[in-house]
Design a protein around this ligand. Sequence first.
Ligand code: F0G
Length: 417
Amino acid sequence: MTYQECINCGTRYPIDEVVYFCRKCGDILEIKLDYDLAKDILKKSGWRKTPLSVWRYRDLMPIHDPAKIVTLNEGGTGLHQCKRLGKALGIKQLYVKNEGENPTGSFKDRGMTVGVTKAVELGVKSVICASTGNTSASLAAYAAKAGLQCAVLIPSGKIAYGKLAQAIIYGSKVIQVRGNFDQALEIVFKLSEKHGSIYLLNSINPFRIEGQKSLGYEICEQLDNESPDRVVVPVGNAGNISAIWKGFTEFHNLGFVKTLPKMTGIQAVGAAPIAQAIKSGSSEIKPVSMPETIATAIRIGAPVSWKKAVNAIRNSGGTAETVTDEEILEAQKTLSRLEGLFVEPASASSIAGLKKLVENGTIDKDERIVCVTTGHGLKDPDVAIRMSEKPLEVDADVEAIEKVLGLKKTVAVPVNR
Ligand code: F0G
């Protein structure tokens, strides 16, 4: 049987009970897979013949009724071998798992397809989340598809324009909170406790994590049923790194891969409580009260899934690193120019972190490495334009273009007509 379990005291809750925090100790929950049952079902289901996507792993998702699945075709994103970037960083085998290729442009869609399907199974009519942008865009889209009422709380003036446009156009109630993400998250916790009819779809909801674990499964399959040596992930609220690790450990326990990767989390210097805890060897995090970074997606000071993330990093033998805004922007540009992959600043932190860890000798150049880029560059066009050279403007004639392109002036040869 599949059930929910508190990550601290082990208290179990039935799979269909709406519970976000353990009623005994207040910690967060995770879903425990029934491996024997899963192995039996997988043997008969023919899953290996279905396309790469979140729902290829339907047998490993805690959903009862396939007819209720709310999908926009999530997952199945590219694992791009990055030879030019690898060479620039001195790494032999580098891949980028590009989550911007999801329907709303971020990895959040993997979690939302499962989370919103669960909402439909539970019969709820309204859903809510707090967000730095991508979660709100994704939830708004899936709620629209499912015909659910949706409200999203975002920090006022601090989310990228593309994400705001998405949340608005999908028809959710967009509420700008005068405060930061951590404060908005506290409010939605309180609201969903107080009003049982509102279903909370932030990543403490363990059904979100179930969808996101498919990211780990897919990497294994794209590497011909092997784990990479290391996976580098941007960390904000810390759900994703935990989910990816869950995916790898489940594939390992099912006997599909022989080894496990070192999970490596990257945070922005101004919002790095998890990286600080890992570096100092502490068993607790010290929340940052005023988090700040240009990578607004990971501008989070009190990550709610910190304990899961710290466990994933420590149990896998991984590490964590911080990167400055300058390093993030530089990495964003380099990835675009060497590999044709345009990702948002938070996503580029994984590349910036990798560079730093190679330079300081923490990462071996022979490792097979996967960097996860979490969201599409078009989510945040403002930052890309602000940090780039202005395009040239010329008169509408050929000579003007020749001049700026440095093309030699050729003498026109008279043509006999
Ligand atoms: N990268 C991007 C592009 C994100 O949007 C987020 C989180 C992360 C990385 C970090 O993932 O929180 O699971 O550690 N964005 C959330 C949001 C918080 O509201 O969209 P995490």
